[in-house]
Design a protein around this ligand. Structure first.
Ligand code: PMP
Ligand code: GLN
Length: 382
């Protein structure tokens, strides 16, 4: 066998794949990996079919089809009264994952430092390390999952080239406030630091609190790249289409890498999304839809021995099981899957330190009957 030097020696298979496979193997209800178990709007499927049948089957333009870039520009203007030029400041990507990877590849060099908040979505740190840079992790305070901005200030130095934020936040289900964004804006002002803002759950901020997009902060926006994903917004995680927006001087560099990473993204689905999302209700109604799911799930498990953490956004609910068991969260999640037939994600998987606060993440983007079956199990665990 050849001698290989792994570029990611400490990385195994993602916790999402592991838990979904375990759920399948044990015929368990799968609230682990984040994806809906219901279909998207049939109109969207009809539109995809329409564009496949009418000749949109060759390469799309490298930066994405113009109608979709125009729709994205419209969405951002509707939600945040902020303008991005579809010609020069918006690029359609193969999911948010590719947008994040491309942004890191385009701007991060060997020896640079990137600040990441943990628990962190799993694709950030490997992308940083693959470019010879150092991920500087700052743990969010628990309970509450808040950013300690004083800590951030202390971790910043001349090597800091990027700060990655994520709101609404996966896996905690919490959201950043306007005060957080103002703090961030102050911290990076005048510095050569890019903010990479992962806003894939932007249309799932609850309780009447608006999503605090970087696009709402004119100064911060000048040095930020925002990533989003249609997978979340229109219930099509399997289509892997997302987008990135940034000021032109950043987008120009982003596209230099994008063109060699994927060149272009699925053509007929882009056309379908452009038409579907030109109707505002198809994204503006999402927060009510998921808020109802959240409330329903929380009510169903409110008398269980698990403690409900606050959930102000995303489609994830954290449950604390410290009143039930001392097991570490991975063992407990595995036992819940094997013995009780319910899969979740242990939070330690999102920490470099494998911090274990006895928390499991449950995805409530599911049919009510699935949530009822899951709740029946959760209520039985003693
Ligand atoms: N960021 C976060 C916070 C996510 O939860 C996800 C996927 N669920 C992504 C990025 C990746 O999105 P996509 O599936 O569009 O690549
Ligand atoms: N983002 C989804 C989650 O958090 C999973 C995506 C994936 O499997 N890579 O569960």
């Amino acid at each position: 066998m050849m001698q290989l030097k792994s570029k990611l020696p400490n990385i195994g298979t993602t916790i999402f794949s592991v838990m979904s496979a375990l759920a399948k193997e044990h015929n368990a209800i799968n609230l682990s990996q984040g994806f809906p178990d219901f279909e998207c709007d049939p109109l969207l499927l009809q539109l995809a079919q329409k564009y496949m049948n009418s000749g949109f089957n060759q390469y799309a333009p490298m930066q994405g089809v113009l109608p979709l870039r125009e729709t994205i520009s419209q969405i951002i203007e509707t939600c945040y009264q902020s303008k991005y030029n579809p010609e020069t400041e918006i690029t359609v990507t193969a999911g948010a994952t590719q947008g994040i990877y491309t942004a890191i590849a385009a701007f991060i060099n060997k020896g640079d430092e990137v600040i990441v908040f943990e628990p962190a979505y799993d694709c950030y740190i490997p992308a940083i390390e693959l470019h010879g840079a150092k991920a500087v992790s700052i743990e969010l305070t628990y309970p509450g999952f808040k950013i300690d901005w004083e800590k951030v200030k202390n971790k910043m130095n001349d090597n800091t080239k990027m700060i990655i934020i994520n709101t609404p936040h996966n896996p905690s289900g919490t959201t950043l406030t306007k005060v957080d964004l103002i703090e961030l804006e102050k911290l990076v002002a005048g510095k050569n630091i890019i903010v990479l803002s992962d806003e894939v759950y932007e249309h799932m901020a609850f309780d009447g609190e608006p999503h605090q997009s970087v696009a709402l902060f004119p100064e911060l926006k000048k040095q930020s790249i925002i990533v989003s994903s249609f997978g979340k917004t229109v219930h099509t995680t399997g289509w892997k289409i997302g987008y990135t927006v940034a000021p032109e001087y950043l987008m120009k560099e982003f596209r230099k890498v994008h063109q060699f990473l994927v060149f272009a993204v699925n053509h007929p689905f882009q056309m379908a999304l452009a038409e579907f999302l030109s109707d505002k209700k198809n994204y503006l109604e999402l927060k009510n839809f998921y808020q109802q799911k959240r409330d329903y799930f929380r009510k169903l498990v409110s008398n269980s021995k698990f403690k409900l953490e606050d959930c102000t956004g995303t489609y994830f609910q954290l449950l604390n099981y410290s009143a039930i068991s001392n097991e570490n969260d991975s063992d407990f999640a595995i036992r819940l899957t094997k013995e009780y037939k319910l899969a979740s994600i242990p939070l330690s998987g999102f920490y470099t330190s494998k911090k274990d606060d006895k928390l499991l993440r449950f995805c409530f983007a599911k049919k009510n009957e699935t949530l009822e079956k899951a709740a029946e199990i959760i209520n039985r665990v003693k």
